[in-house]
Design a protein around this ligand. Structure first.
Ligand code: RUB
Length: 330
């Protein structure tokens, strides 16, 4: 059985950024797996597992950077794979998807509550792109009665800053939209920077919307605190084993209008959607489990994926041994 049309549509929406933001992408993927499970019409557990794996791969292939996406898919699939009967496997997919969604929404709320403690009355906050976790912190602090002012960057080329501007203004928070290139110009007025994350690496580096690392640099220079708000399902277990987070490069048409591209055949355009901020430029990461220094990312990963990582390391060790020992035989 092929993935149902509604699941294919969700995958397309993620690819085209009609569904965007790491947390939303993850919840949409969990929901798609639930829809796929309910739509299964066959009678065979093995066939069902193969079908669900195809759906999982389809969802994972949509956008490469947000680690929340494979983490959400794996959260559901790991549980599905341990089911003994078809009935149980379908019910498990539905239950795990709902569980992930509610954990995710709760995490964003908790991050808001914890992070609000880092903001003070009168603070001027700068945010980049549109992050539910970062905005949760700002909106919660504002609800608590702290008078805040926000600078929201435009976030070219897709202008997610406008979404943040609308969301914050709707919440009653005085917000000013600024060009990305004006960040250093305004940094002297800013007390704190808060951004979200698409991925947090084992060394505490944060992958977020392109431009984030430049903002961190400007904040560092001006001695302005730089916070990242990130649910723990955005931490990347693969980076413990040395893998790098893939940075998505999108269509040049997002940067230059198609007619200009067509009339300038020698024009070369690059459009990376994300960049990497090193841990040295991050004061703290606000997670639903508490505020941590970026270097403690490895501890979060150990807590979350310790057993799985040990098994993977063991597998790698055995592979290496297998490839070394035959060569040493006389
Ligand atoms: C969105 C982006 C956001 C993170 C965190 O990029 O970089 O800062 O995904 O968002 P895009 P959240 O618009 O390309 O998806 O806190 O909502 O998960």
């Amino acid at each position: 059985m092929e993935p149902p049309a509604e699941v294919v549509k969700i995958a397309e929406y993620i690819r085209e950024m009609k569904i965007r933001g790491a947390g939303r992408i993850a919840r949409a993927a969990a929901h798609a797996l639930k829809l796929a499970a309910i739509a299964y019409k066959g009678h065979d557990l093995g066939e069902y597992l193969e079908y669900m794996e195809r759906v999982a791969q389809l969802l994972k292939s949509t956008r490469p950077t947000a680690v929340s996406l494979p983490n959400a898919v794996n959260y559901v699939m790991m549980r599905v794979k341990s089911a003994r009967t078809l009935r149980d496997a379908i019910a498990t997919a539905v239950r795990a998807a709902d569980e992930f969604t509610s954990l995710s929404l709760k995490a964003v709320e908790t991050i808001g509550r914890i992070g609000a403690g880092l903001l003070e009355d009168g603070d001027v906050v700068l945010t980049h792109c549109n992050s539910s976790a970062a905005l949760s912190v700002i909106k919660t602090a504002f609800k608590e009665g702290k008078k805040l002012r926000v600078y929201a960057t435009e976030t070219r080329p897709r202008f997610q800053g406008l979404i943040s501007y609308r969301e914050l203004t709707q919440a009653g928070i005085p917000t000013t939209l600024i060009p990305d290139s004006a960040v250093r110009f305004f940094m002297k007025e800013v007390d704190k920077v808060i951004v979200g994350a698409d991925a947090v690496a084992a060394n505490g580096a944060v992958v977020n919307k392109v431009g984030t690392s430049m903002i961190a640099l400007a904040a560092h220079e001006a001695r302005v605190r730089f916070y990242v708000a990130a649910e723990t399902y955005k931490f990347s277990p693969a980076t413990v084993l040395g893998e790098l987070v893939t940075i998505e490069e999108r269509d040049p048409k997002e940067v230059v209008p198609p007619n200009v591209l067509a009339s300038s055949p020698r024009l070369r355009v690059r459009n990376p959607a994300f960049d990497v901020t090193p841990p040295e430029y991050i004061d703290a990461i606000i997670t639903e489990r508490g505020v941590i220094p970026p270097k403690a990312a490895i501890l979060v990963l150990k807590e979350e994926y310790g057993r799985m990582l040990e098994e993977e390391l063991m597998r790698i060790t055995l592979d290496i041994e297998d490839s070394i020992y035959p060569a040493q035989l006389p």
